[in-house]
Design a protein around this ligand. Structure first.
Ligand SMILES: Nc1ncnc2c1ncn2[C@@H]1O[C@H](COP(=O)(O)OP(=O)(O)OP(=O)(O)O)[C@@H](O)[C@H]1O
Ligand SMILES: [Mg+2]
Length: 503
């Protein structure tokens, strides 16, 4: 009669666990702990553990360890074949050992190290599709009793439940990763970028973006070149009610004044010599969505006036037209210039600045948020592996140290380029410091030492032009403007100094 009651209790527990397994995938460790607790209680053990095989090294790790020494035990791991758990994995069979002292398979190191005296052990394999993925162990039956065949039978059932829980959790995790990947792919296929962020500074900015995005206020994004201003502009759009509508990018530095005006606002046929038909401007294209005015600091004063009117009245005229057009557009602008200085020097309208700057968003330079460096480096590596069909696992410790200690004047763009170069150069399965070419610690003097003045000047020109072109994504018009020289002169220098994009 007593035995029957015990079994009924076991059955109840089993049913309860079954329900949990089928409902909750979110916290696998909590679920496994419940299973181990129940198994321990019902087999009357003093302590217990659940070990999982790590497929990378085939070692057994303690996923759950209960009993007086549980927390200490969790620091240990077992090599393949080691101890009773190792035997269970190897043979894929369960086992009762009622006197461990006389059993060769018993591995006493852990018990000794934590000061737990193990007397007897009950162990069962956890199987997913017949393959052993771990072991469930119960130690020391209470009141110094021996474990029985019936205890083992129940333990096997619990081990199966645990395996099921693990299988569910893994499929769930995999599905979630696939969904994440899919959503990344969908956004990327629409021309948006993935914004990687790990540092508290960036997470705070993302939080700000999420709060600001739903409003229609203009946002001015500030920050050094290459910090990711464009990605923040995308996030403002993607987190707004306008996400399904157009996100229209305009680089205000890329076009001369006359073309930029018709680019932004459109023109009517005959507005100027080449205007042989009507043209829709970017503002109209962005109707219902967001317009991103990049390098707003470069916007000529005449167009600043026109933009101010759009901000105030949401209307404008096409070039050569007189009737106003109304649009519903959210304006996001960005600049890497010191815009306040531009304002005080009279190059940027103060009233426009105030209008745009309703919600300023400053993206900090990479050197002030080193926590993002490993994350970004891995992200770029993964993408480049995919593109180049290489399989570089990661960065050596020394390489990562270099990445972390470098000052990144070109910010994330420079990091992206450095990783790309390293992936191309690397021959190993890991990026080493030799693969990274960072402009560190070299003083200007040292770089030019031993050269004639003419050669040194040319070296400098070459390096400076290449850097500027890189920053402008090899748009020569933009670069020439930044350098304060004619475009034709720039292209002649490029030829003379033999500057190429691939270097
Ligand atoms: N947090 C990030 N996660 C992933 N990629 C990033 C991140 N920040 C920047 N990048 C990448 O770095 C490069 C530069 O970013 P972006 O073009 O947004 O810089 P920017 O601030 O607009 O610079 P500039 O002022 O020179 O235009 C891009 O290729 C972008 O995809
Ligand atoms: Mg940019």
């Amino acid at each position: 009669m007593l035995a029957e009651n015990v079994d009924l209790r076991r059955l109840d527990t089993l049913i309860e666990i079954n329900t949990l397994i089928n409902s909750d995938y979110s916290d696998p460790n909590a679920l496994l702990t419940r299973i181990v607790e129940s198994a321990t209680r019902l087999t009357e053990g003093e302590a217990s553990s659940l070990l999982l095989i790590n497929p990378d090294d085939n070692k057994l790790y303690f996923e759950v360890a209960l009993g007086s020494k549980g927390p200490e035990v969790q620091r240990f791991s077992l090599n393949p074949g080691e101890g009773i758990a190792g035997w269970v994995v190897e043979k894929n069979r369960s086992l009762i050992v009622n006197d461990v002292e006389t059993d060769q398979r018993f591995f006493s190191n852990i018990s000794k190290a934590v000061g737990f005296s193990t007397r007897n052990i009950l162990a069962a394999p956890m199987r997913i599709r017949d393959k052993c993925v771990g072991v469930l162990e119960i130690l020391n039956k209470k009141e110094r009793k021996d474990f029985t065949e019936s205890d083992l039978w129940w333990l096997e059932i619990f081990a199966n439940q645990a395996a099921l829980a693990i299988q569910n959790a893994r499929s769930f995790q995999k599905a979630r990763e696939q969904i994440d990947l899919l959503s990344v792919q969908v956004t990327e296929s629409k021309g948006y970028h993935t914004l990687v962020a790990m540092s508290p500074a960036m997470l705070e900015k993302i939080d700000l973006v999420k709060r600001v995005a739903p409003t229609d206020s203009s946002v001015l994004i500030l920050g050094e070149s290459g910090v990711g201003k464009e990605l923040f502009a995308e996030q403002l759009h993607l987190n707004s009610r306008r996400a399904d509508r157009a996100f229209v990018r305009v680089n205000c530095a890329a076009l001369p004044e006359s073309l930029l005006e018709s680019e932004l606002f459109g023109h009517v046929k005959g507005a100027f010599t080449d205007a042989n038909r009507d043209r829709i401007g970017r503002f109209e294209l962005a109707d219902g969505g967001t317009i991103f005015l990049d390098e707003i600091g470069e916007l000529p004063l005449s167009l600043q006036a026109k933009l101010l009117r759009v901000l105030q009245e949401r209307t404008f005229e096409k070039v050569g037209a007189s009737e106003p057009i109304s649009v519903d557009v959210r304006i996001v602008a960005a600049t890497n210039r010191d815009i306040e200085e531009e304002v005080s020097e009279g190059r940027f309208r103060r009233d426009l600045y105030y209008r745009l700057n309703v919600l300023p968003l400053y993206v900090p330079p990479l050197r002030s948020r080193p926590e993002d460096i490993p994350e970004l480096a891995q992200f770029f590596l993964k993408r480049l592996n995919h593109e180049t069909k290489k399989q570089i696992r990661g960065f050596s410790d020394e390489a990562m140290e270099q990445l972390l200690s470098y000052s990144w004047p070109g910010n994330v763009r420079e990091l992206e380029n450095a990783v790309e170069r390293a992936v191309v150069i690397s021959r190993g399965d890991e990026i080493s410091p030799d693969d990274l070419v960072l402009q560190r610690g070299q003083s200007d003097g040292a770089r030019y030492e031993g050269n004639s003045l003419k050669d040194a000047v040319n070296m400098f020109k070459k390096q400076y032009l290449r850097a500027t072109l890189g920053r402008c994504e090899w748009n020569q018009t933009v670069a020439a403007r930044q350098l304060g020289i004619q475009r034709t002169y720039l292209s002649r220098l490029i030829k003379e100094l033999d500057i190429s994009r691939s270097e």
